[in-house]
Design a protein around this ligand. Sequence first.
Ligand code: 3UK
Length: 520
Amino acid sequence: MTNAVAWFLDRHVDEGRGQSPAFVDLHRSVTYEQLARTSARVAGGLAAADVGRERRLAMLMLDTVDFPAVFWGALRAGVVPIPINTLLPAEQVAYILQDSRAEALVVSAPLLPALRHVLARLDALKLVLVASMDGSPAAGLKGNERDFGGFVAQALPAAIAVEASDDEVAFWLYSSGSTGAPKGVKHVHASLKATADTYADQVLGITRDDVCFSAAKLFFAYGLGNAMTFPMHVGACAALLPDRPTPDSVMATMQRHKPTMFFGVPTLYAAMLANPALTRGAGSPRLRRCVSAGEALPEHVGLRWNEAVGVHILDGIGSTEMLHIFVSNQPGKIRYGSSGIAVPGYELRIVDEHDRDVADGETGELLVNGPSAAEGYWNQRAKSRRTFQGEWTRTGDKYLRDAEGFYRYQGRADDMFKVSGIWVSPFEVEAALVSHDAVQEAAVIGREDADGLVKPMAFVVLKGGGIAGEKLVAELQAHVKASAGPWKYPRWIEVVEDLPKTATGKIQRFRLRERFASHT
Ligand code: 3UK
């Protein structure tokens, strides 16, 4: 194989499917041929702007038809796109831009105002393109900012895609680790097709007639497969929703585009079940597959969804490091409350602390061997060596294999946890809390809410040993939302006199966790 753009995009045009719809969003739709053309112009424009091969292009983009145009345009030119979580505070986006030394940035217009103040200090950044939501010229641009649509219209299309080997790094995704700073995960060209050949073909059974809708956004590895590479693998279509995925916005999208495949996170499934407007098919009479990933799907959510909607949810575990799902429930082979079995093409081991395989029913760390493992972390040699050990990738997840051979999630090997499918590092929330004047010390754990879904809970020691009124609690929550990220705020805050610590002063979060019925 060569450059991944040849398989996912150009092949469809060459084989006469150029007029098939590829993506549709709230304002626009594009065919495979239009996407091929636009991406060729993006590639030509990048070359003209002297953003060279192997240089990085950051994408802070909401889900619109421009997203695939930028991603494939970059690959066509050999430029490395880096989709970034659009929910991150500006400082964290700045960290990623700096760490990756991105030379170009494409930013969705609604996200620009909050980001502007950090852009000036990024020396490597020489091209800032602003994409409106509907393709009209972006308004109110300042300094060297350029309208993305204008950039595309003026660019000369690149004649051909650059040659790339299967093993060449194609794109990066940033993943947050337990020590806070996110790590650039480098993925090669062949990995995109590997996830499509394994999970999309053999678990989902995707076909050209499918319409994919992922509530999880394209900037996540999960969304990138669900709503971009999987449909493009077979010449199918994806419906994109740039807005926040609430039960209402998701159901409206289901009714409008009648997808056959829907991808969400457990929190969203639970919220939709709580919505009285939920009907069979969740608004789409053609719905045939529902997928959940990002965190464990509580058994009762799966069962209730199947009863109400009439379609099973396939829970599966994936990671940014493995690009997509490698253990999954499969049509006709579902155990709710488990992550399922190995996806064809992937091998699994569960090992103890000496890397010896454990017996069925015993808990250990899950290791995975498969074709889509990342090449490593950018500029993080020690972490790369710890995670990518020869053919095996360490997941950092505790699992057991039950008597039937199904893999059951038992929590993280570290203190990290997931909220709405997105990583939360307790360190990061604690740092945000102690940056508030009233807080002396803080410890954060994941705690299950009434639906069995994990949310942050904080234990804080106040300066001067005070107690927290409702006003202070609300203030601390707003403070964390603004400085760490909106999904990271503690839903519960308990004031304590001191925190449990080891002799060396490390907070013993497990002692706090023991007080709550959470397995994380
Ligand atoms: C946890 C799960 C239990 C687990 C992802 C699908 O979530 C994805 O990638 P991330 O890098 O996080 C990876 C970690 O998330 N996890 C994910 N799915 C499940 N835990 N049950 C699940 N079903 O700790 C894992 O190590 O954000 C999901 C596809 C691609 C992805 N990148």
